[in-house]
Design a protein around this ligand. Structure first.
Ligand code: AMP
Ligand code: MG
Length: 267
């Protein structure tokens, strides 16, 4: 799965050639079993990551509105120990954040060693929404791809593993999900007219996503393009890739104190 959905470094992915409703020939029932097993793996691996305090894992989630960032966090991470996990939502920058460079708030939110950090949106907004709406001039945002690669390289050289997921939904699926936010009372709080405004820029966003995926998928911080029209498949792909990555991190519990078998605990 890692290979299948990995964006190759300096890739030339065209989103239009990729099916957001792909489900890898799998059915929902089998997927549920695999997801369950992967979630158990994640729990065990996270316990070792936490105990070892040697590495951190940063998971970046990006998607169009309704793309499933919140749902992915809920379904994939629900088994793990909350103590070893931190989630950061990146919103429109505050005045204080705006007064700094765009990576300032991001660097502060990078997980410490032993932890898994999840970015619900990220520094990629600074080459997505910012690019689409020209919130800064082109000559400023166009330098950011290289800057981001270097920033992520610095993190990776300092013990942070990075995985980036673009949850890719179709425009039709977004329409269905937005409609559900209008129709279903328990989802209405999520509906924002602003999302309709952004939807009108769909093609511009796809262009901006293509640039981010192709220019910023690196050996040290790969992008994965996740077909996300089917929520169950999206969850499976993300969980699989995180589990496979953590398995490759060589995690183990630290060695215990010597001579534990000679320890006697007095009554
Ligand atoms: P939500 O994730 O639905 O709560 O919305 C957060 C909003 O903040 C989205 O519309 C993002 O595009 C926006 N946002 C996040 N980061 C930035 C940024 N660096 N500059 C401008 N808007 C941003
Ligand atoms: Mg929203």
């Amino acid at each position: 799965m890692k290979e299948r959905y990995l964006i190759k470094p300096k890739g030339e992915v065209r989103l239009a050639e990729f099916a957001p409703d792909d489900c890898g020939g799998m059915n929902k029932k089998d997927a549920r079993k695999i997801l369950k097993a992967d979630k158990k793996k994640l729990r065990d691996l996270q316990a070792k990551l936490y105990a070892g305090q040697k590495h951190a894992l940063l998971i970046v989630l990006q998607a169009m509105d309704t793309g499933g960032k919140d749902g992915t966090i809920k379904h994939v991470m629900s088994g793990i120990n909350p103590q070893g996990c931190q989630i950061t939502n990146f919103k429109v920058p505050t005045p204080e954040e705006m007064a700094h460079d765009y990576l300032w708030r991001v660097h502060k939110a990078v997980p410490e060693k032993g932890k898994i950090g999840i970015f619900n949106r990220s520094h990629y907004e600074d080459v997505l929404v910012v690019r689409v709406h020209n919130l800064v001039p082109q000559n400023v945002w166009s330098q950011r791809y290289d800057q981001i690669n270097e920033f992520e390289h610095l993190l990776s050289e300092n013990g942070v593993y990075i995985l980036k997921f673009f949850l890719y939904i179709s425009k039709e699926e977004q329409k269905r999900r937005l409609q559900a936010r209008i129709d279903e009372p328990y989802k209405q709080w999520k509906f924002s007219r602003g999302d309709l405004k952004e939807r009108a820029f769909w093609d511009h966003y796809m262009e901006a996503y293509e640039a981010a995926l192709n220019r910023c998928s690196t050996p040290w911080a790969p992008w994965y393009l996740v077909p996300a029209d089917h929520k169950w498949y999206r969850n499976l792909v993300v969980a699989r890739i995180i589990a496979q990555t953590m398995e490759g991190m060589g995690l183990h519990y630290p060695a215990p104190e010597p001579d534990l078998d000679k320890v006697v605990i007095e009554d």
